[in-house]
Design a protein around this ligand. Structure first.
Ligand code: BGC
Length: 755
């Protein structure tokens, strides 16, 4: 395709057609000049290819395809390679079905556990979401298919998603909500970015030029297509001017007319229209499929879905090695989800799968003899006494009960938020009825859900297996973990709080129809719970294994020349089974003069270790890993000073810690003024010496007070020391120091620190 030539030939009538789709899934095509169409399909968890004439409301009507685990479970693998494989599989599936662009991944942050789309998103942590999303995009695009990262940005609630404004301060926006997108855009160059439904700080995202043009294009250098989420555009002229290249789906003649008129009247300049058209043409050029040989099979895809599910299952609790099941155990499986699995969420990522495996059928094909009873009905919250009693009656005959619980289909979908995180009453009732029997039999809960569940019943059960929404092979993966064929290695990508009321936005989430104020700032998920040292049900990064791992020899070395910090740790499998461990690296900033979480995830590696095997895991950190976003200067800033480097198996299971005084970062800039506190001066030995030189003579007593050694000072001295260090320089005047001496000191200090 010769884009310049095409641009010269296209009329404005044709151009306005190119900047909006022709229907739900296709872009416009022309024969003169030759511009082929491209087709899009939803993709986060499998290809949802709809035929051209499918009514958009018929969400669940799509061509059959492999259902992969939902993003919530992909995230729990903490495995970039698996996220990449998922992308490759989706890219191949798209290729085989003449789809050019996959609408995924969704990388929004799980801000509240109530967020309706949490199952479709990766994590409460931006590093994890960004890196897994990045691997996915690279996988899709390695097949010549485009990936569209969505929903840009801050679409963290579903209620009023098209009208509500996410009100976020600039630092939080950059550090938490933009970060996964920034990482993916800079490292994976996705063909598409989908602008979200919501407003951001009062401006509809699809009309937000500061976001879509200044930040995305000018600052981040994004060169692909920016499309709207479906039906998000209200004013096509405003949207095009803000940076939307492609309005989806096409709003037909009326939209074309409006854009054309705006070009004619000069409201939209020719170059604004041309720029959007060029972006679309470049996408068409990049994504037009030329090779039609089938590249993947259903069997291969099913295997990929199984591989991901096997690593995404999280063993939350396993008292007294309840699991894996022993082959001699007599097992009763209870709960309709064991038979009719809940394996995906609702809405645009719904896949029509023909190959779903249930836990029960896999069990029945295994060496484990299991019996089954429903125990409750999945489509209601009412207790079914007869079904419940049937379970209680037979309990004494079994060593082990596997109770499959979870959210119902209607609880988890795009388009609306949850109102609580409780399992349906009838399910909890059954759980408690079984637990209350106090028999010798062990009770294992297997969960099917796309996001956090209240587990306040956890003490009453022996084991909990988080099965998430495992896609079509989820049943097999669960049985493999329960029976020990697979040693679990999934870790939580989201904190399970003790109660919904513990979440930082509990009082405000979804309350205001027009504004969602992100008042907790950067303190999202574990950044909040860990900083407050709050008890949680299961922390971020948590997940048990059937083996154990030891951590030793933490080595932290700053390489000032190469501007990097190298962290090494030896991890050994000290148990009796081969297994995989996710080694997590957190950094605690003890330096910067802004609120900081106690620690933040800055690296993770998943490794496989045979019995007795030990390996050194190396993390290489750059200055960006130490930086925070300074909203006053609109830059990322990394301050020299003290940091804690923590390595562990979860955010609450830190095995090794080392403090380090960083020198490769930016020296903390200090400008001395009358507002500068004595504490800030004491912190800088050179400044403190100067202080003593200037004021020692006139304020001997005061200088002595603030020179006291905190370690050896008595109570009175300590109090005085603390009080005095909070004093600003201007306070010295009140204590009798001449004004000009204070000014002279300030001048001398600023000169000394300019050097
Ligand atoms: C969703 C998008 C999806 C699009 C097309 C919208 O409702 O928000 O995630 O890609 O529909 O199905």
């Amino acid at each position: 395709m010769q884009i310049d030539e095409i641009m010269n030939t296209l009329t404005n009538q044709q151009k306005v057609k190119l900047v909006s789709g022709v229907d739900n899934w296709y872009t416009a095509k022309f024969s003169d000049p030759q511009v082929p169409e491209i087709m899009m399909a939803d993709g986060p968890a499998g290809l949802r290819k709809q035929s051209r004439d499918t009514d958009y409301q018929s969400v669940n009507q799509s061509q059959s395809a492999t259902s992969f685990p939902a993003a919530a479970m992909v995230a729990a693998t903490f495995n970039r390679e698996l996220a990449h494989q998922l992308g490759v599989a989706l890219g191949k599936a798209a290729h085989d079905n003449d789809v050019n662009m996959v609408l995924g991944p969704g990388v929004n942050i799980k801000r509240s556990p109530l967020g309706g789309r949490n199952f479709e998103y990766y994590s409460e942590d931006p590093l994890l979401a960004g890196q897994l999303g990045c691997a996915y995009v690279k996988g899709v695009q390695s097949q010549g298919i485009g990936a569209t990262v969505k929903h840009f940005v801050a679409n963290n609630r579903e209620n009023q998603r098209m009208t509500n404004s996410s009100d976020i301060d600039s630092r939080t926006l950059h550090e938490i909500y933009l970060k996964p997108f920034e990482h993916i855009i800079k490292h994976a160059h996705p063909a598409g970015v989908m602008a979200s439904y919501n407003k951001l700080n009062g401006t509809q995202v699809v009309e937000n030029k500061a976001l879509l043009s200044t930040l995305l294009r000018d600052e981040w250098g994004y060169a692909g297509v920016v499309m709207s989420d479906w039906y998000a555009v209200g004013d096509p002229v405003k949207s095009l001017k803000a940076g939307i290249d492609l309005e989806m789906p096409g709003n037909s003649a009326s939209s074309h007319q409006k854009v054309l008129q705006a070009v004619e009247s000069g409201d939209i300049t020719q170059s604004e229209l041309d720029q959007a058209v060029r972006h679309v043409l470049r996408m068409v050029e990049q994504l037009t499929i030329t090779n039609h040989a089938p590249s993947t099979s259903e069997r291969e895809n099913h295997q990929t879905a199984l591989d991901i599910a096997r690593e995404g299952v999280v063993l939350l609790k396993n008292d007294k090695n309840t699991l894996p099941l022993k082959s001699a155990d007599s097992v009763l499986v209870v709960g309709p989800f064991a038979k009719e699995p809940r394996y995906q969420g609702g809405g645009s990522s719904h896949v029509t799968s023909t190959h779903v495996t249930s836990m029960l059928e896999v069990f029945q094909m295994s060496d484990f003899a299991v019996d089954y009873l429903p125990g409750f009905s999945e489509n209601t919250v009412e207790v079914d006494r007869t079904k419940e009693q049937a379970v209680l009656d037979v309990l004494p005959h079994y060593d082990h009960v596997i109770l499959a619980l979870g959210y119902r289909d209607e609880d988890e979908s795009e388009g609306f938020d949850k109102t609580d995180i409780d399992l349906p009453d009838n399910q909890v009732h059954l759980l408690q009825a079984i637990a209350n029997q106090q028999l010798e039999s062990k009770l294992t809960i297997v969960l099917s859900n796309g996001s956090v569940v209240d587990v306040s019943w956890a003490d009453q059960v022996s084991a909990i297996v988080e099965g998430y929404l495992g896609g079509e092979a989820g049943g097999q993966a669960l049985v493999d973990v329960l029976t020990g064929v697979v040693n679990p290695s999934g870790k939580l990508a989201e904190t399970f709080p003790k109660r919904l009321a513990d979440t930082p936005m509990y009082e405000t989430f979804d309350r205001d129809l027009n504004h969602e104020v992100y008042h907790e700032g950067i303190f999202v998920g574990y950044r909040y719970y860990d900083t407050r040292k709050m008890a949680v049900a299961y922390p971020f990064g948590h997940g048990l294994s059937y083996t154990q791992f030891s951590y030793r020899n933490l080595v932290v070395e700053e390489d000032v020349t190469k501007k990097r910090l190298v962290v090494k740790v030896d991890v050994k499998n000290i148990g009796s089974r081969a297994g995989k461990e996710v080694i997590q690296l957190y950094i605690g900033n003890r330096t910067s003069d802004v609120p900081m979480p106690t620690h933040e995830l800055r690296g993770f590696e998943k490794i496989a270790l045979a019995i007795g095997e030990e390996r050194t895991v190396t993390f290489v950190l750059s200055s960006h890993d130490f930086s925070w976003f300074n909203p006053d200067k609109n830059v990322w800033q990394a301050d020299n000073g003290l940091y804690e480097i923590e390595v562990g198996a979860s955010a609450r299971d830190i095995r090794l810690t080392q403090s380090i005084e960083m020198n490769m970062l930016t020296p903390k800039h200090i400008h001395f003024s009358r507002e500068t506190s004595i504490a800030d001066i004491i912190a800088l030995p050179k400044a403190f010496q100067l202080f003593k030189d200037y004021f020692g003579r006139v304020m001997g007593g005061f200088t002595q007070t603030i020179s006291a050694d905190e370690k050896t000072a008595n109570a009175e001295q300590k109090t005085m020391l603390k009080m005095a260090t909070n004093f600003p320089l201007k306070g010295l005047v009140a204590l009798g120091v001449p004004d000009d001496l204070v000014d002279q000191f300030i001048q001398a200090a600023n000169t000394a620190f300019e050097a």
